[in-house]
Design a protein around this ligand. Structure first.
Ligand SMILES: [Zn+2]
Length: 341
């Protein structure tokens, strides 16, 4: 069942002036995972370091000579795919180039570049570069499926800037496939299966229909992708894009990849409008014919990449496991909608 549960707790104290204060904290339950997260309303509108204006590029943003992903170095400094995948060792679509991850996190681990631009500030990439890059990822995963059909646990992720975990500035996506599920894949596969058994409905389609009926967190559509603010965010300004009915990356049409690219760029422009320069993206899939987990991309802003910015995961998140954000998802949706018009 999809339930949107929330409750409010209140902190009572007195200001230095003696004035009594009641500070409201909302605790929400993620309708998919059952995990709780918190919205600390007393911090809404607080000036966070380095968000007064859009941060300057990092000082090494022009250092293309040492970048393995820049075209001058690419052929000598990036690894090649096995010839059973591709005779040339790299997959190319438009300006996107895909090759193995030199530092793999799993059995099938690759990197896909958007183009030869070394530093691309958030929200300034072309839709074509994202479309080509996503399609390159899908093509690699199609070849993984042919080579290793049991490696069904697949993911496409992005770390934009080092504050989001990016180790190289040059924009790229990571692609992952394994026979062993990651925690979220394992949980979501079981959750989607249970939802289907109990309700006869697909989990994210059902979630989306509920959200459309409520209407408070829906943002817009790009092609067949439907966008909304997460009800119980586990990241700042968390946005979901759902492709209802699609349970495999290989069902995504060329037009739908374009729609995904457009929605990702809309989200990036929204974050840029908030003077945020870093973010994470993740699209998980389980390429097993029995899986009923639909495609959903999750995007969230991370702490800015700028000097002396605090990390967005404090002792509260790391030790208690509840993410605390400062803006209601309904306000996030309201602020994001203009980027979809
Ligand atoms: Zn570069």
């Amino acid at each position: 069942m999809i339930r949107f549960e929330r409750q409010t707790v209140q902190a009572h104290f007195r200001l230095p002036t003696g004035e009594a204060v009641v500070a409201r904290v909302e605790i929400r339950v993620n309708p998919v995972t059952g995990r709780t997260s918190r919205i600390a309303y007393s911090r809404t509108g607080e000036r966070e370091a380095a968000t007064e204006s859009f941060p300057d590029p990092p000082p090494f943003a022009g250092d293309t000579a040492r970048c393995p992903f820049c075209a001058i170095n690419l052929s000598t400094r990036t690894p090649r795919l096995l010839t059973s995948y591709d005779a040339t060792g790299r997959l190319v679509r438009g300006e996107s180039v895909l090759f193995p991850n030199l530092f793999p996190y799993g059995a099938h681990s690759a990197v896909s570049l958007f183009d030869d631009r070394h530093f691309v500030p958030i929200g300034t990439a072309s839709a074509a570069s994202y479309t080509n890059c996503f399609r390159n990822c899908a093509e690699f995963l199609r070849r993984v499926r042919a080579e290793d059909p049991e490696a069904v646990y697949m993911a496409i992720t992005q770390n934009h800037l080092p504050s989001a975990g990016g180790s190289l500035l040059h924009p790229h996506l990571q692609i992952q496939a394994d026979r062993v599920a990651a925690n979220h894949q394992r949980f979501l596969q079981a959750r989607a299966a249970r939802h289907l058994t109990e309700t006869g409905r697909l989990l994210f389609s059902d979630y989306l229909e509920n959200e459309k009926r409520i209407g408070e967190r829906t943002i817009g559509a790009t092609g067949p992708w439907q966008w909304l603010a997460a009800f119980a965010p586990e990241g700042f300004f968390e946005v979901w894009g759902i492709l209802p009915g699609a349970t495999s990356l290989f069902q995504v049409t060329a037009a739908a990849w374009e729609g995904l690219a457009q929605g990702v760029l809309n989200t990036q422009r929204f974050y840029r409008g908030l003077n945020r320069n870093g973010y994470n993206l993740g699209l998980l899939s389980i390429e097993d014919t029995t899986s009923r987990l639909e495609l959903r991309v999750v995007i969230l802003a991370r702490s800015n990449y700028a000097p002396w910015v605090r990390n967005d995961h404090t002792g509260f998140e790391v030790m208690l496991g509840d993410m605390a954000t400062f803006t209601s998802p309904e306000e996030t949706a309201e602020a994001a909608r203009r980027f979809w018009r």
